[in-house]
Design a protein around this ligand. Structure first.
Ligand code: ZN
Length: 103
């Protein structure tokens, strides 16, 4: 077992590597690469070797891939872990007063 220094102050983020992925996903949301709106439909299936929209690592056939159409008909693909982080990060973002959805 090795100890890794983490910069994230959130005590809930204890999973290995999760801090890095959440930082990447947060940056992608901020850059507009990832949507902030929850998709109407989502598909789940085995991975196909294509990169995850969150962490950019391949979704292998041994892993579950979550897929949905994002903004501009872009197809978003996530690992289960990355999807959970994306939901967490976009929800946090939605709570900011500067990000009104207009509904
Ligand atoms: Zn991923």
């Amino acid at each position: 077992m090795t100890w890794t220094e983490v910069n994230d102050q959130n005590p809930q983020m204890v999973e290995v590597g999760r801090g890095d992925v959440s930082a990447v996903i947060r940056a992608k949301i901020a850059a507009g690469t990832l949507p902030t709106i929850k998709p109407e439909k989502m598909f789940v299936g085995p991975g196909n070797g294509r990169p995850c929209s969150g962490c950019d690592l391949a979704l292998t056939s041994a892993e579950v891939e979550y897929e949905f159409d994002g903004e501009d008909q872009r197809i978003m693909r996530f690992h289960q872990r990355c999807l959970a982080i994306w939901h967490e990060e976009r929800t946090k973002r939605k709570e900011l007063p500067s990000c009104e959805q207009g509904h």
